[in-house]
Design a protein around this ligand. Structure first.
Ligand SMILES: [Zn+2]
Length: 372
């Protein structure tokens, strides 16, 4: 018997049930997209699929119940032609992939790579909000109705930009956008200078990154940057902020001010991950998780949300696709504590448990449990 044979069959059966009972909203211009599907071992096992309409895609999902569904950010004349060069590229969405794994958070040491906690999910959500509110809207002029946001199904969020003038952006242009939001090449010396001994710098009203640097300095907790009493005494902090408002960064004296503010500037870019994930935005032929489909590593949905709903979105409640009434008996090797809604399960280590279907499926998909 193949390892995990029972589990693979069980997950496919559950996914098929979900797709049979749920209508999913499909990406715009579905007929121009390439689709790819994955299973237990690989996130994309087969690609170059094309579906003329929503009904044919839904039928495919209900019958085959793939563990991963991805579609092309690109629009093609013939989405199922192969190789890719023959498809006839017409344009592509700009997609940003934000993942808790890129944030290098201290909680990873507690729960290990591959798992999430509220700390990581909140941190990656804050980065996603910053991307939208601090960059896409003010600097790139993207309108709210041109953005779609979804949970990735695992550890992060995807922001799809569908504006007409961005669809034709080259890989190079996409790369430049990435570099801008991630603060690559952000230069302290461009923003700051000396007037005599006084450190002068950007003002909050300045355009682009200069204004951001000033606004972040005025809004953020500057513990560890300003001397302690400047953070704790409101009148000192207020004086610092009023200084920055005029471009005077020297109202509160700091030792090694140039080094301190240089490090501050270097820390401000959005963490969009290493080379691999930068390619998600740069690569104009990439396949990306289809919103509202199930993720084979969690059995959670890559759930879409309204832009205004992002702040309150709770993946471990709002992206849950399976119920809690049915209980499944599983054999768990190891798992940190996992929260679903208001309930926490685990940590578990080498134990047999009867758990709600949603939790059992999550642990099976994480390859940390087997059916008992
Ligand atoms: Zn965490």
């Amino acid at each position: 018997m193949i390892e995990h044979e029972k589990e693979i069959a069980f997950v496919h059966r559950k996914f098929a049930e979900h797709y049979a009972r749920t209508a999913l909203e499909v990406p715009e211009k579905i007929e121009q997209r390439e689709w790819g599907f994955g299973g237990w071992d690989k996130k994309i096992e087969a690609r170059h699929f094309r579906f003329p309409d929503a009904k044919s895609l839904r039928g495919y999902l209900a019958v085959n119940a793939p563990l991963y569904c991805s579609y092309s950010v690109a629009y093609y004349k013939e989405a199922d032609a192969r190789p890719i060069e023959k498809k006839g590229w017409l344009g592509a969405e700009v997609v940003f992939d934000l993942d808790a794994d890129h944030l290098d958070l201290p909680c990873i040491r507690r729960h290990g790579k591959g798992w999430v906690c509220d700390e990581c999910l909140d941190a990656v959500k804050a980065q996603t909000l910053r991307l939208i509110e601090d960059f896409l809207v003010p600097d790139f002029g993207v309108k709210e109705e041109e953005m779609k946001v979804n949970f990735s199904g695992n550890r992060g969020y995807h922001v799809h930009v569908l504006s007409e003038d961005m669809k034709r952006l080259s890989a190079y242009g996409r790369r430049e956008m990435m570099d801008y939001v991630s603060g690559t090449g952000l230069d302290f010396d461009k923003f700051f200078g000396k007037e005599g001994a006084k450190l002068v710098g950007p003002k909050p009203s300045d355009a682009g990154w200069a204004g951001k640097v000033a606004r972040y300095a005025m809004e953020r907790d500057l513990t560890g940057i300003l001397p302690r009493n400047a953070v704790t005494k409101p009148e000192r902090l207020e004086a610092f902020r009023r200084g920055v408002e005029r471009g005077n960064w020297d109202v509160v004296k700091i030792a090694k001010k140039v080094e301190v503010w240089r490090a501050f500037v270097d820390s401000l870019g959005l963490k969009l991950g290493g080379e691999v994930d930068k390619q998600v935005t740069g690569d104009v032929t990439k396949l990306i998780r289809a919103p509202d489909t199930l993720h084979g590593e969690t059995a959670l949905l890559a759930k879409r949300m309204k832009l205004g709903g992002l702040e309150k979105f709770d993946p471990l409640k709002d992206a849950v696709a399976f119920g809690s009434k049915n209980e499944i008996e599983i054999e768990i090797q190891a798992s940190p504590a996992v929260r679903f809604g208001d309930e926490t399960f685990g940590p578990f280590k080498n134990e047999r448990r009867k758990l709600p279907e949603r939790v059992a499926l999550y642990l099976i998909c994480k390859k940390s449990a087997k059916l008992a």
